[in-house]
Ligand binder design. Sequence first.
Ligand SMILES: [Zn+2]
Length: 99
Amino acid sequence: MFVCENCNYTFSYKESLPFSWKTRIGYPCPNCKETHYYTADSRRKSMYITLGAVVLIIFLNAIDLPFVTIFAIGAIMIAFLILLSPFTMKITRKEERLW
Ligand SMILES: [Zn+2]
């Protein structure tokens, strides 16, 4: 789970989730209000997973699976990515450059 670099507050699971859709603008620590961001490594990791998912969806499309099945697989992958993000990602106080 995420830990605030400023006050060592441990984010709850629910407090950690908004990071996945606020990666660029950051998200404040609920305790000290210091804004935190995903580390560049974490953003890169999520980018590679997304690229992998796109390649998988293109592959599934090529083997003629019904669109509904491909859509369901894509939705499940996005849900997993968001729901597991508090365990797989890291945060930092300073917004790091991606490259
Ligand atoms: Zn804090």
